[in-house]
Design a protein around this ligand. Sequence first.
Ligand code: ATP
Ligand code: MG
Ligand code: MG
Ligand code: MG
Length: 470
Amino acid sequence: KKLGVNEIRSLFLDFFKEKDHLIVSSYPLVPENDKSLLLINAGMAPLKPYFAGLEEPPNKRMATCQKCIRTGDIENVGKTARHATFFEMLGNFSFGDYFKTESILWGWEFATEYLKMPIDKLWASVYHEDDEAYDIWNKKVGLPPEKIVRLGKEDNFWEIGLGPCGPCSEIYYDRGEKYGCDSADCKPGCECDRYIEFWNHVFTQFDKDEAGNYNLLPNPNIDTGMGLERVACIMQDVDSIYDIDTMSYILKKVCEELGIKYKENVKNDISICIITDHIRSISFLISDGVIPSNEGRGYVLRRLLRRAARHGKLLGKNDLFLYKLVDAVIDMFGDAYEELKEKKSYIKKVIEVEEERFQETINQGLEILNGYILDMEKSDEINLSGEKAFKLYDTFGFPLELTKEILQEKGMDLKEDSFQEEMAKQRSRARSARTDVDTKGWKEDVLASINKDLQSNFIGYEETETKTTV
Ligand code: ATP
Ligand code: MG
Ligand code: MG
Ligand code: MG
């Protein structure tokens, strides 16, 4: 019997509990007391104060299964086998306690003895200057040199600005030639889906100072991250993370709801994966208190929701469908994440209201955009003007990225600078009219359409929201 997502999650946490780690449940997707980050994007993110030494951790060893959002991967959804915008990251952490040797040896032990991955399929990467990690892989684990790849700073060095940073070492699984590319140099680190990176071990051993020096930290840390969906994809021996037990259950409901079939047509499959992925992100975001808006994380939510709605339309769906898929997400994740179950009707209602709102303008907006595209084709124009993109945004509720995506499907693009100028103009108009764009209509509207009982589920994270336009 193949291991399911829920089983792998428990197996991981139990393994590290045995190794004296404190297990805590996932932190919310909305960062607490961290203005530098819009949404949690890695297991280590909510633990930053412990890594930076600003707070004392409850235990020197911890492990979590953390909910993560990475909108940077949005374009990859449905195109690569391994990317989602929402995913669960399994991680073990050491705050000045154990270091490289334990981290790598336990990673190997978990992969080969608990997950029972065949040794001949496993590869490792190290930072090109990190001979210490190389030797651990080679001498302690016994991995032959040809299966240890040295990668550069881009792949295998973790740093954000100044402060704690260090080299990484990743574990890859070779899924075989059928997933490979034509490159003669196809090996771990290649962008194709043959060698799938599933576990990253970060060794925070330096402190980068103002002068750019990397000073050795007296108590180096360990921060690892393993994508639960990717491990499941390997363990269940399926083509992509959209075919694992949990995701394929949601995907089937998507197909049922839309009355179409999966794996019949590549273009449709991308749309199906996008809807499957986005409905999961959307449900989790709302359960953590985010509501659609034109700014910050509310905009991330709106963008995901409207993108999913448009892909539904591409598949021929003309009425509301997204809110109906929430049940499938809860069927799969409600036991591991109680907040989904508790807020079920609230999540559905928020989605329904936002979907309905977009439904009112999407057809008209698409018609107008198609008109623009025809005009551009006639005049050999490649880039849509900022004013037009702004009109679609302001009047028809098209997130900029959505307009861009539609244009790119036709080999076109848009003038982002002039769009931003229009945005700035609108902001200053709003300022002089003494109305607040941030709250204009949307936030109140969405909440107003939700009855009072359900509203109590809105926790009000918005107050701490970073005022960044995405
Ligand atoms: P990739 O190179 O494949 O994009 P990454 O190097 O960006 O992955 P890390 O930042 O090292 O990923 O994150 C740690 C782990 O989290 C990865 O090894 C992978 O298992 C998982 N992971 C990262 N991004 C995603 C994603 N978008 N969807 C699913 N899992 C992911
Ligand atoms: Mg990545
Ligand atoms: Mg990588
Ligand atoms: Mg990585």
